[in-house]
Design a binder for this molecule. Structure first.
Ligand SMILES: Nc1nc2c(ncn2[C@@H]2O[C@H](COP(=O)(O)OP(=O)(O)OP(=O)(O)O)[C@@H](O)[C@H]2O)c(=O)[nH]1
Ligand SMILES: [Mg+2]
Length: 295
């Protein structure tokens, strides 16, 4: 145990830059949901990589935004907490991006005493010239960071980043039992999988007006029976989610089932219901109940 290394590696950055894609690439499992829409991640999700002599506790966080309603305020609290307990900070940017929309966070990053790895992501979409220009730009903006050009999607340079993390981690016993993969319960992954399908298939305000809650998760030897509630803010949204003759909701159910069967390695039976909970995104009681921390 004397040579054991362990620590927290926290991933922060603007929405949609690929933070969750990176986390999943490190873990080798689909822990965090990924979509092309901004604000896909709403919570802080831990993903743990265990080795004989190390434990890397990664944390995926929501993209940094200026909060417009209470749920987003709570999302930014998750980002702040990720700052506070980091042993290594990963600041992720994507090709073509200029800087963090939130100046206060940006200042924290450039002045922190924690080692910062700046990951320039999505380089599969760039050419050599653009890449060099971007690296020079970020060197100037975040002089305290080590820069890695990566593609989280194509798993390019991800291993190199991981090796560097191992070098930077302090000597420490593990924080979690060595077979732990995440801090979130099974129902969380059910909720998130369903929410991912909703983000993928609906537009405008719908993705942001939806929260999912799993009421029943009953695991038998060969099958898991799930009943989940899709919560929306308005009656009109309920109609849109269900769709003509229930076809839209059915598609969400079928695709969620397929993903969850892979994730849990068991047959899944899933029932979905849609419920209106007026303005839940600004309702302190609902937010607390749904696991968003309140000040
Ligand atoms: N071309 C390319 N696309 C990527 C790469 N990494 C992520 N993406 C895509 O970028 C989009 C956003 O990825 P996410 O991992 O959900 O991004 P995020 O930073 O977690 O986003 P939020 O949770 O909304 O803050 C998805 O469509 C990904 O497939 C990459 O290396 N190359
Ligand atoms: Mg994310």
């Amino acid at each position: 145990m004397e040579n054991h290394k362990a620590g927290f590696v926290n991933i922060i950055g603007n929405p949609n830059v690929g933070k969750s894609t990176l986390m999943n690439a490190f873990i080798g499992e689909k822990l965090s949901i990924i979509t092309s829409k901004a604000q896909t991640t709403r919570h802080r999700i831990l993903g743990i990589v265990n080795g004989d002599d190390f434990q890397v506790v990664l944390s995926d966080t929501p993209g940094i935004i200026k909060p417009a309603y209470e749920m987003q305020e709570s999302m930014m609290q998750f980002v702040k907490s990720a700052f506070e307990d980091a042993d290594v900070l990963i600041y992720m940017v994507e090709i073509g991006e200029k800087e963090l929309k939130d100046e206060a966070f940006f200042n924290k990053i450039i002045h922190t005493s924690i080692p910062v790895l700046l990951l320039l992501n999505k380089i599969d979409k760039s050419n050599q010239e653009q890449l060099e220009e971007q690296i020079a730009l970020w060197k100037e903006k975040v002089p305290n960071a080590e820069i890695f050009a990566i593609s989280a999607l194509e798993n390019f340079n991800v291993k190199e980043v991981f090796n560097r993390i191992l070098e930077l981690l302090p000597l420490s016993p593990p924080y979690y039992p060595k077979d732990t993969l995440t801090d979130k319960p099974e129902r969380f992954f059910v909720n998130e999988t369903i929410r991912e399908k909703i983000l993928m298939h609906y537009d405008k305000e719908i993705p942001y007006a939806v929260e999912v809650e799993t009421e029943e998760f009953i695991e038998d030897e060969n099958i898991i029976r799930i009943r989940s509630i899709i919560m929306v803010e308005r009656d009109t949204q309920k109609g849109i989610i269900i769709g003509h003759k229930g076809a839209a909701l059915k598609r969400v159910g079928v695709q969620s089932r397929e993903d969850l069967e892979k994730f849990f390695g068991k047959q899944i039976h899933i029932e979905l219901f849609v419920k209106v909970s007026k303005d839940w995104r600004s309702n302190a009681f609902q937010l607390r109940r749904l696991g968003y921390n309140q000040k």
